[in-house]
Design a binder for this molecule. Structure first.
Ligand SMILES: [Mg+2]
Length: 457
């Protein structure tokens, strides 16, 4: 009903008043003869008329220092409601903008239909950022249109608050680093992670064997197995001792994961993994790239510490493959790379059948954080969600509508408001825009983009 579609909140209020008046006057069936009947049988709390909702615009505001650079997406509609999403941290806003012409005019409540239309334009890691960010914004819109939180549309929740894990800034001094990590425990975090790169010990002679003259730039751009870098027994012992000193301070009772080992070979990964057994690590993350499932399996079988990968994988199929072949013990999608909210719930459900838990990688603003929170609430095998912004004082202030602090003693309460449950704080977002970027400036140049996108003939 078009009249219904355009009826304003004020109109609904006057309808409610007139309803009360009509009953007071003793009117019965004749009262229901006009279009107020339509309103009466529908949920009066709804924010819009979902079946007539159309996407009219998409704009971006790129936030910097959160601590990462994060393009926030706003999708506008013909009914005055907007949805928010976010390109993965470090990804370019163009990954989203190039999809604008494909979503204009669509009903944003048809989330899966739109996702299937645009998913061919995503790829692993940041290249998935546009597809995933738009998917988040569609859920936000659908939730606002129907007046329900995102977790409810995913099937309801398994938990009311989301356990977060946190790491902290590095130091070559294990004692100093241990104190920093202990502070996270004191802040209420119940799950910790640390970086454990070989550079922590490589200043000491005799710890690392590597091709002479290899530069850090060479290493950065070369996958682990191809660098020729191996740890010596002395290097492995020093790295294990570093962890021992951290464990002494943070305790043995709290899970402690490790990441960013540096680009070392598979045999060094195994030697190090074995040396870390006494410290009961929660997981060893991305020791080698996720693409090498057979090598991962070799590491996983050789050590007694859980292994984990997944933050750069796009779409469920590769997660399932790694779970099926038992390449790693745990998987960790980044929702802004893995395919968005629904795809990530599917990933959790599918790997659960193989006994694999799902941690969630995350390094964005509160917009993307809330997308993660709803997905985590609705996915049974969820373990813990990364929280990267503990030391960014204005991070919470980027949004309104949600309880503060957003992370309360290491947990995020799951919001019950429609959609993702947050609105942007325009003033604070404007204060932290990437230099040269504007606040949701027009993007009309992306309205038209002609191409035959069919993947088959
Ligand atoms: Mg990582």
């Amino acid at each position: 009903m078009t009249k219904t579609a355009t009826r304003s909140l004020a109109g609904r209020r006057s309808f409610l008043r007139s309803t009360a008046g009509a009953f007071a006057a003793g009117l019965t069936s004749s009262f229901w003869s006009d279009d107020t009947l339509d309103a009466a049988v529908q949920n009066v709390n709804r924010n819009s008329s979902p079946s007539q909702l159309k996407i009219t615009d998409m704009r971006i505001a790129v936030v910097a220092g959160a601590p990462m650079t994060c393009p926030i997406i706003r999708i506008d509609t013909n009914q005055g409601i907007s949805g928010y999403g976010e390109v993965r941290d470090g990804g370019n806003k163009i990954y989203a903008l190039m999809l604008k012409s494909r979503i204009l005019g669509e009903n944003p409540c048809n989330i899966d239909k739109i996702f299937r239309k645009i998913k061919q334009f995503g790829f692993h890691a940041r290249q998935a950022g546009g597809v995933c960010g738009i998917e988040m914004a569609l859920w936000d819109l659908a939730g606002k249109a129907y007046g329900v939180p995102v977790y409810q549309m995913l099937g309801g929740k398994f938990r009311d608050s989301i356990r977060c894990y946190s790491d902290t800034t590095q130091s070559k001094d294990p004692k100093e680093f241990a104190q920093r990590l202990k502070k996270r425990r004191d802040q209420g975090f119940t799950y910790l992670k640390m970086d454990l790169g070989y550079h922590l010990i490589s200043d000491t002679p005799g710890t690392v064997t590597q091709p002479l003259g290899i530069t850090p730039q060479d290493v950065r751009m070369t996958q682990h197995m191809f660098t020729g870098i191996e740890l010596t027994d002395k290097g492995v012992a020093m790295m294990a001792d570093y962890v021992a000193q951290v464990r002494e301070v943070v305790g043995m009772d709290i899970p402690l994961a490790a990441d960013h080992f540096g680009h070392i070979g598979v045999n060094s990964c195994i030697k190090l993994g074995r040396a870390l057994t006494p410290y009961n690590m929660a997981w060893l993350e991305d020791m080698i790239p996720w693409q090498h499932g057979e090598l991962w399996k070799q590491i996983t079988l050789a050590i007694d510490v859980p292994t984990l990968t997944g933050e750069d994988i796009y779409l469920k199929e590769d997660f399932v493959k790694l779970a099926q072949m038992r390449a790693v013990d745990m998987l960790q999608p980044d929702l802004a790379s893995s395919g968005g909210i629904l795809e990530t719930k599917k990933i959790g459900d599918l790997i659960q059948d193989y006994g694999v838990p799902m941690a969630m990688h995350f390094a964005g603003t509160p917009v993307s954080a809330m997308a993660n929170v709803h997905c985590a609430a609705a996915t049974e095998n969820f373990l813990c969600l990364e929280m990267h912004s503990v030391d960014v004082p204005w991070w919470d202030d980027l949004v309104t509508g949600v309880g503060k602090p957003i992370v309360q003693k290491g947990f995020v309460p799951v919001p019950d408001k429609p959609g993702l449950g947050v609105e942007l704080n325009e003033e604070v977002v404007k204060q932290h825009l990437l230099p040269g970027e504007g606040y949701f400036l027009p993007t009309e140049e992306w309205n038209q983009f002609r191409s035959n996108d069919r993947l088959w003939s």
